[in-house]
Design a protein around this ligand. Structure first.
Ligand code: ACO
Ligand code: ZN
Length: 430
C-alpha cells in the first residue's frame, strides 16, 4: 500500500514528480517526514539487521530524499546517508520533545579541542556558520553532526572519512578531496593537486627530525612557527577524531609527526600533539594514526614515543581525557604491555607503583587502573599485591614477539631531543 502525501506545506518533500510515495499509511509517518531531524526509528543497518537510529539531517539526493542517521549505541564513524526504503515504519517512531531545543549536538568537551585548541561553543557556531554558508535551512549544530566529506586522497591512498571537519565550504562536499601528503594543502581535483605537486618542494613535515630508527622518523613542529601546516594537519585529523570543533589557534601546541621514509620522502603515518605547558601533566593532547596505517602497530609506536619524551623530561604523563574508544583500546594495550614487561624484568617484593611510574613515565593512576582491570591487584594481609597470572604473561610474550618482528619499538637512545623550556612571553598565546 502506498500513500501520496500532501506536500504543499513541505516543498522539501517534493520529488521530481511532485509527490512522495512511502510504503505505509500513518499520521506518524507524515509527522516524521515533515520534520525528520532528531526523530528516532528503526533503520536497516548493513545488509539485514534493523537498529534504532536518530535522523541528524536530510537532503535531496540523486534518487530522492536521503537521511543522515546515527545508530544508537554505535560510534559516529558508522553514521551514514540512507534512503527512505531503509526505514522500518511498522515500528514506533520516537519524536523529540517539542518544548526544548533538541539540537543536543554540541560536541563533547575534550580531546581534539585541546590539541588544536578549542572553540567556545559560541565561536564554534560562528566558525561553522562561516565555513558553510550555503543558505540551507540546516541548523549549524546539525551540520557539525553530519560528515561533510566522503573521501580524501593522500599519496597512494584513497581514504573514507569518519567525521565532520570544517574544511572551507568551497572544498567541502566534493566527492574526493585531494590532499598533498607533504604540505597538507587540499584541492578539489586531481588535476589541481598534480599541478601543485609539480611546484611543492616539501618532502617531510616542516620541523626538526628528533628521532630516526630503521626508516621511522619523528619530526617536532611548533604550532606557532608552522601555523598553516599545523592547521591543515588539524583539519585532516578532525576527519578521524570525533571531538570538539577545531580551532585554528595552534600556537600552544607542539606536534610530533611520525613518518616512514622511502626514495620519494618522509610519508606521514600519524602524529600526536602536546601542549607546550600542560597544567594537568598531559603528555598527549590528541593522537592519530592515519586510517590507511591503522592496526599495524604504529599507534603503539606513537604512544611509546610520547612516553619516551616524558622520560626525557623526567616526569610521568598521561593522555588528555576523555579518550576515544580506539584511544582507550590502544592506551590500555600499551599500559598493559609496558607494566607487565617492567614487572617481568625488574620486579622485587618491594616494587611500588611509584617505582614503575619512575621507570615507564606512566602515571601511578594509570598503573593502578590498568592492573585493576587486568585483575592483577590482590589483597593480602591488608596490603595490595601485584600478581600476574600465566595468561597475562603468555599474552605479553606473544605481543612482544609481534612487536619485535614488526620492529615496532622505540629506542630511547635514538631520541635526539632536550625538553624545551618556553619563556613566559613565549607561552602568552593571545
Ligand atoms: N579494535 C580493537 N583493538 C584495537 C583497535 C581496534 N580497532 N585499534 C587498536 N586496538 C588495540 C589493539 O590491542 C592493538 O594491538 P593489536 O593490533 O596488536 O591487537 C593496539 O590497540 C595497538 O594498535 P596499533 O595498531 O598500534 O594502533 P593504531 O595504529 O591503529 O592507532 C589509534 C591507534 C591512534 C587510537 C587509531 O585507532 C586512531 O588514530 N584512531 C582515530 C583517532 C583516535 O580515536 N585517537 C585517539 C583519541 S584519544 C586522544 O587523542 C588522547
Ligand atoms: Zn604540497
Amino acid at each position: 500500500m502506498t500513500l501520496t502525501l500532501d506536500t504543499k506545506d513541505n516543498p522539501d518533500l517534493l520529488s521530481t514528480a511532485g509527490e512522495v510515495s512511502v510504503p505505509i499509511v500513518s499520521a506518524e509517518v507524515q509527522r516524521f517526514l515533515a520534520e525528520p531531524v532528531n526523530c528516532k526509528l528503526f533503520v536497516q543497518k548493513a545488509t539485514s539487521e534493523y537498529r534504532l537510529a536518530e535522523v541528524l539531517s536530510s537532503r535531496k539526493g540523486e534518487t530522492g530524499l536521503e537521511y543522515y542517521v546515527h545508530y544508537t549505541g554505535f560510534n559516529k564513524r558508522l553514521d551514514e546517508w540512507v534512503s527512505i526504503n531503509r526505514f522500518d515504519f511498522s515500528r514506533k517512531i520516537e519524536f523529540p520533545p517539542t518544548t526544548i531545543n533538541n539540537h543536543s549536538a554540541t560536541s563533547k568537551k575534550g580531546v581534539i579541542g585541546e590539541s588544536i585548541s578549542l572553540l567556545s561553543e559560541a565561536s564554534s557556531k560562528r566558525e561553522i556558520g562561516q565555513l558553510r554558508s550555503s543558505g540551507t535551512s540546516h541548523n549549524i549544530q546539525e551540520i557539525a553532526r553530519v560528515k561533510n566529506l566522503n573521501k580524501i586522497q593522500m599519496g597512494q591512498h584513497e581514504i573514507e572519512t569518519w567525521y565532520f571537519s570544517p574544511y572551507p565550504s568551497e572544498y567541502a562536499y566534493c566527492d574526493i578531496l585531494y590532499i598533498c601528503e607533504f604540505c597538507l594543502l587540499y584541492y578539489p581535483s586531481l588535476k589541481q593537486l598534480r599541478q601543485h605537486r609539480n611546484r611543492c618542494e616539501l618532502h617531510h613535515p616542516p620541523g626538526n627530525e628528533i628521532y630516526r630508527n630503521e626508516g621511522i622518523s619523528f619530526f617536532e613542529i611548533d604550532g606557532r612557527k608552522q601555523k598553516v601546516w599545523c592547521r591543515n594537519l588539524c583539519l585532516l585529523s578532525k576527519l578521524f577524531l570525533d571531538h570538539k570543533t577545531l580551532h585554528y589557534d595552534v600556537d600552544p601546541f607542539l606536534f610530533y609527526c611520525m613518518t616512514e621514509r622511502d626514495e620519494r620522502g618522509n610519508h606521514l603515518i600519524g602524529y600526536f600533539s602536546k601542549e607546550k605547558e600542560s597544567s594537568e601533566s598531559y603528555n598527549v593532547a590528541c593522537i592519530l594514526t592515519l586510517p590507511q596505517y591503522q592496526r599495524l602497530g604504529y599507534g603503539r609506536l606513537l604512544i611509546g614515543f610520547s612516553y619516551a619524551l616524558s622520560k626525557a623530561e623526567g616526569r610521568a604523563g598521561s593522555p588528555e581525557k576523555p579518550l576515544s574508544d580506539l584511544g582507550f583500546l590502544s592506551y590500555h594495550a600499551y599500559w598493559t604491555e609496558t607494566i607487565v614487561e617492567y614487572l617481568l624484568l625488574n620486579s622485587t617484593e618491594d616494587t611500588t607503583f611509584e617505582e614503575i611510574s619512575r621507570e615507564t613515565a606512566i602515571t601511578t593512576d594509570d598503573i593502578e587502573s590498568t592492573l585493576t582491570s587486568m585483575g592483577a591487584l590482590k589483597y593480602y594481609r591488608g596490603q595490595k599485591i601485584i600478581c600476574l597470572g600465566d595468561k597475562v604473561v603468555e599474552q605479553w610474550e606473544r605481543n612482544y614477539e609481534k612487536r619485535k618482528s614488526r620492529n615496532r619499538i622505540i629506542v630511547q637512545g635514538k631520541l635526539n631531543w632536550k625538553p624545551i623550556r618556553f619563556t613566559t612571553s613565549q607561552l602568552r598565546f593571545r
